[in-house]
Design a protein. Structure first.
Ligand code: S3P
Length: 425
């Protein structure tokens, strides 16, 4: 993908539906009784992987543009898949479905692409095994392919060493099939979409601080689900609109759940001019975001805010390289086990563009300021890396080439069209 410099970005954009919420709507809709109508569903490769897994387990799912109808059969309505469940590139699909599969009365195998097969699964194998599950990494390396033999489960109180919504959700979903209540305590609160949606569909869920609990065998009832715009997709336009001089962009209906809104806070801490309009605080909170170009400066990003912006850190690293002063990112060691090692990949690629950046074990130190130039950068098939560098490419001097730029399909198939659609050439 060749990216050329753009002068300013102007106009309105409705970003695609939230990826985390779209996955959950299909999964929980499959476990509810009745028809779940999902509006503004994210039709990207990751969410289609989730759909195909549930279709293989006997759930009928119809897709029309932007709307999905899931014919849920209840908590015990899934049937044994005839072949391997393919989660593609999606860690969320793999880890959440594992929790559901652990309590079924059939066996199944879950696998995916090379990136997925290198991602750590012991973080779910450990708590599921404590619940009595039979889940094995087939190669014994703690990664997928996973073989899961459904077993009766018992509820546990799991103290998770990592702030991960995928781990938390996996354990809570297994808890729906367990004997007795299940709870999870995390070191820092991670995104709470599972808790919100399970409760909305009728489960008994309680949350206090960084602990949440579910009661087993809820009767989940289908309800319409409206998916808000994904703040992780909006992040590229927030950064581009703030950095490109003379820009003004209105991003419509973006999810601003406080467990996901760290990007908003960091943009403001860096001096970004962002106004929230039409705020709606019911269920999953949303707002329109008005972005105006601003002169950005460095900041320190660490501690409890990290899980609320974990997927936005590649974009933040690029923003910091264009801002004045130094930005320090700490406590983000999870970046090393995402779709790529996002610390290494961002450092290597930003250096190719002339940035002054160092990687640390758990983050990055970025000295902003030097003007960045075009280069040939490798996305390592990581969608968030590709989109972050597309934003760098519209701002730097000279053309930027992104290798494997089409991996944006994972979360945002129309990304390049939307970016160029806002361009004032
Ligand atoms: C997700 C949780 C996060 C995030 C991922 C989506 C989810 O991962 O990075 O893109 O939908 O639960 P972790 O839970 O591993 O931090």
């Amino acid at each position: 993908m060749e990216i050329k410099k753009l002068h300013s970005l102007k106009g309105e954009l409705s970003v695609p539906g939230d990826k985390s919420i779209s996955h959950r709507a299909v999964m929980f809709g499959s476990l509810a009784r009745g028809t779940t109508r999902i509006t503004h569903f994210l039709e990207s490769a990751d969410c289609l992987s989730t759909i195909s897994c549930f279709e293989k387990m006997g759930i009928s799912i119809q897709r029309k543009k932007g709307e999905v109808l899931v014919e849920g059969k209840g908590l015990h309505g899934l049937s044994a898949p005839a072949s391997v469940l393919d989660a593609g590139n999606s860690g969320t699909t793999t880890r959440l479905i594992s929790g559901i599969l652990a309590g079924q009365n059939f066996s199944s195998q879950l696998s995916g692409d090379d990136s997925l097969k290198s991602r750590p699964m012991n973080r779910i194998i450990t708590p599921l095994t404590m619940m009595g599950a039979d889940i094995k990494s087939l190669k014994g390396d703690g990664c997928a392919p996973l073989f899961i033999t459904g077993k009766p489960l018992k509820g546990i109180h799991y103290i998770s060493p990592v702030a991960s919504a995928q781990v938390k959700s996996c354990v809570l979903l297994a808890g729906l099939y367990a004997e007795g209540p299940t709870s999870v305590t995390e070191p820092v609160l991670s995104r709470n979409h599972t808790e919100i949606m399970l409760k909305y569909l009728g489960a008994e869920v309680t949350a206090a601080g960084t602990t949440c609990s579910v009661c087993p065998e809820p009767s989940l009832t289908a309800r319409d689900i409206l998916v808000p715009g994904d703040i992780s997709s909006a992040a590229y336009f927030m950064a581009a609109g703030l950095l490109a001089p003379g820009s003004e962009i209105l991003l419509k209906n973006v999810g601003i759940n406080p467990t996901r809104d760290g990007m908003l806070k960091v943009c403001r801490a860096m001096g970004g001019n962002i106004t929230l309009l039409n705020e709606n605080r019911e269920g999953e909170p949303t707002a329109d975001l008005l972005i105006r170009s601003s002169s950005l400066h460095g900041t320190v990003i660490e501690g409890d805010i990290i899980p609320t912006l974990i997927d936005e850190l590649p974009m933040i690293a690029v923003m910091a390289a264009f801002a004045s002063g130094t930005t320090v990112i700490r406590d983000a060691q999870e970046l090393r086990v995402k779709e790529s090692d996002r610390i290494q990949v961002m450092v290597d690629n930003l250096r190719l563009m002339g940035a002054d950046i160092e990687g640390t074990a758990d983050g990055m130190v970025i000295h902003g300021g030097p003007s960045l130039h075009g280069a040939v950068i490798d996305s390592h098939l990581d969608h968030r890396v590709a989109m972050s560098f597309a934003v760098a490419g519209i701002l730097c001097d000279g053309p930027l080439t992104i290798l494997h730029g089409d991996c944006v399909n994972i979360s945002y198939p129309d990304f390049y069209q939307d970016l160029y659609g806002l361009a004032e050439l």
